[in-house]
Design a protein around this ligand. Sequence first.
Ligand code: DX5
Ligand code: ZN
Length: 243
Amino acid sequence: MSTIKLAPSILSADFARLGQQVAEAAQAGADRIHVDVMDGHFVPNLSMGPVVVQSLRRVTDLPLEIHLMISDPDLFLDDFVAAGSDSFLVHWEGNDNLHRTVQRIRRLGKRATVAISPATPVAVLEEIVCDLDQVLVMTVNPGFGHQQFIATTLPKIGRARELVEQRQPLCEIEVDGGIDAETAPLVVRAGATVLVAGSAIFGDRDGVTVAMSRLRTAIGNAECEREPAGRPALQRSQLCSSE
Ligand code: DX5
Ligand code: ZN
């Protein structure tokens, strides 16, 4: 049984058949649904808002994780919670009040992730990782689906893994961008535990089910080769004073 989670990104889905596509991904073993929110300012693209989450909430029980690529994420947290969101991914970049944003997410009872873009070092997560459920290492520049995986992010995933092992062993390490059957094994070997994939799932001409199974096979092979994490059996409360 794989411990690696798959989070299909609906950015590459057919929006005219969104419910159907998400149901197919769920049936094929998706662990959560990744929703990319863009404001045309933080990233040069527009996508979707709370109404899409509201519709999705009616058709799936899978956790809905909201990747906020917007300039002021705090402004929209309440609306996304009311729509049925389960967790929030907010960027380190451009947020001068990141600790406050993360605390707000936690007070709303939702899971908190901080994302770092390709040019941002893992070190910026040191003082916040204890408050997180997950870190997101972007493996492309945020803003668009179907971009090429940036290989220099691989050692960063390893550094993120070291950081969470030292400070917050319960923290998941998610990767997002350019993940397909070729790159999935690389990120899993580097230490990723949750893989977002958009075009490799919803853009595959063989369909969502075949695409998911291809990814699972690639991940399974890499998992067998991966070194055991050797994570110490410590609870968050033993490591983090803010709890
Ligand atoms: C990019 C988004 C991704 C995107 C990934 O800014 O955050 O979630 O949907 O798409 P693929 O998997 O096609 O690179
Ligand atoms: Zn995303």
